[in-house]
Design a protein. Sequence first.
Length: 258
Amino acid sequence: MTVEHHRPRDGATSSKKCPRWFGVVEFACHNEPVKLLLVEDDKAIAESLVEGLTAAGHSVVHVTTGAGALAERGQELVLLDLGLPDMDGRDVCRELRQRSNTPIIMLTARGEEFDRVLGLELGADDYVTKPFSLRELAARIRAVGRRTLEGVPNGDDSDNNAPQAIGAMELDRRTRRVRVDGEEVVLTAKEFDLLAFLANDVGAVHTRTEILESVWDAHWYGPTKTVDAHVASLRKKLGDHRWIEAVRGVGFRLEPPQ
Ligand code: CA
């Protein structure tokens, strides 16, 4: 099992020439440096990605197997290939998610069986389909990283960092932690974002489109079914489906179970 560490390339700046990556020769590197774990067994893809990502200022630990991925600790974001030689990427995703909230972007190949809703249910925060451009991947890394590393802007509450109490729930935006009846509920980045969004206006109904636009990025043209999948897993984790009420034909609202 090989693990390669790659440091950000010296002098990585915003208009650096990046390697040819599926036809994209240059991409603007306006990224916050992120410690990435790249799990990819395809040598050519991995080399291009390592080169492009380190040129963009990120540090990259590269492993080629699921076992290698599970042995790593301390990364801020995981890029996870779905088709790995030793394990199914879905199982790796599930295991990584069980022990931490580190954001995961799945790398999937065209033609590979990947149900995006299932992937998101497994705890992936986003996915890209090969062949993708480095520019596209960088945008996803920025979007996911911005949300999870710096927290989500939460409108009117942004200068009030005290945990919010909603019935038996305590939602702490600063630490991104949620407790119900004093018990911590471990959420994925997206689940937390969704909950925090609904909690910005307890009792108000939010449409699926509104939720998609606020919690997912503008680049997300996914089906509104994605929202329902996340609502379903949130309800399960919160221990009572009544926390999130579906308002038929409209959307969802958050309210303490009565
Ligand atoms: Ca592969």
